[in-house]
Design a protein around this ligand. Structure first.
Ligand SMILES: Nc1ncnc2c1ncn2[C@@H]1O[C@H](COP(=O)(O)OP(=O)(O)OP(=O)(O)O)[C@@H](O)[C@H]1O
Ligand SMILES: [Mg+2]
Length: 257
């Protein structure tokens, strides 16, 4: 069986710094994969290359065999690759519902005339977007937060809003950049449950950047370890944890604990 997403020979440099070298990935719906690596290893850059934030110097990003390289981020999102960001990009003064509705704009098809004159078709579409947005909030158990302004929400709830926003683009594959960063144990447990539900109930493929080995061990089927832009080890979480090059790269850091 061929993977839904196949990344080949992806490379990118920032000036003289080779941030990602010859990176490869295969991902299918219904599986959770992990990407670990020390700070500055190039993990977020891998996400940014695949999701169109940066254009790779070399390589291909194939979704069902079609190359996504060169498409704008919103076009890539519309094709089914959703994502969240390491530093949540939320607008502090917008409401929770507005956030999730805005994300659906990549799906909006009504014409400008409708946008200006408020035709019945536009109102119907608007209502559909709102219903879909509320469903995404409900999936993460935050429907009652819909009218709240982001700035007033605790950190864990903001992370859920970000996840709901990514879900609103109707992805088949979801890229999560350190979704559990800064969470307390209770929030962490909830987030892990949600990531599992995204796979089990919606059948999404999930690619997870994560610092905590425990999270990777519990969630991921396979894991890649990235150091200085290169995958130094790939395998099951158990294989990665015991890999000499991974242990060396993380020596004395929290991941070995
Ligand atoms: N836009 C950019 N311009 C120049 N250098 C960049 C840019 N983005 C990232 N880098 C550099 O590329 C390298 C990889 O950065 P990246 O953010 O991908 O690492 P990371 O593995 O996500 O790290 P962290 O665990 O801290 O999030 C770093 O040396 C970083 O300074
Ligand atoms: Mg990062």
């Amino acid at each position: 069986m061929t993977a839904l997403l196949r990344v080949e020979h992806l490379s990118h440099a920032f000036g003289g710094l080779k941030a990602v070298s010859d990176y490869r990935l295969e991902l299918s719906p219904g599986e959770i994969r992990g990407l670990i690596g020390p700070n500055g290893a190039g993990k977020t850059t891998v996400f940014n290359l695949i999701t169109g934030i940066y254009r790779p110097d070399e390589g291909r990003v194939l979704l069902e065999g079609k190359d996504l390289v060169g498409l704008a981020p919103y076009e890539i999102a519309a094709r089914g690759l959703g994502r969240t960001f390491q530093n949540m990009l939320l607008w502090r003064h917008m409401t929770v519902l507005e956030h999730v509705k805005v994300a659906r704009w990549s799906k909006v098809r009504y014409g400008l005339g409708g946008a200006f004159f408020g035709t019945a078709a536009r109102r119907r579409e608007e209502a559909e977007h709102e219903a879909a947005a509320r469903k995404c909030l409900a999936f993460f158990g935050i429907e009652d937060l819909a009218p709240q302004v982001i700035a007033n929400l605790p950190y864990g709830a903001q992370r859920k809003v970000e996840m709901a926003r990514a879900l609103a683009t109707e992805p088949r594959i979801l890229f999560l950049d350190e979704p559990t960063a800064g969470m307390n144990p209770e929030e962490l447990a909830q987030m892990m449950t949600m990531i599992r539900r995204l796979r089990d109930e919606l059948g999404l493929g999930i690619f997870l950047i994560e610092h905590r080995l425990r999270v990777v061990m519990e969630l991921c089927r396979r894991v890649q370890a990235l150091v200085f832009g290169e995958v130094i080890a790939e395998g099951t979480p158990e294989e990665i944890r015991n890999h000499p090059r991974v242990i060396e790269a993380y020596l004395g850091k929290e991941i070995v604990a």
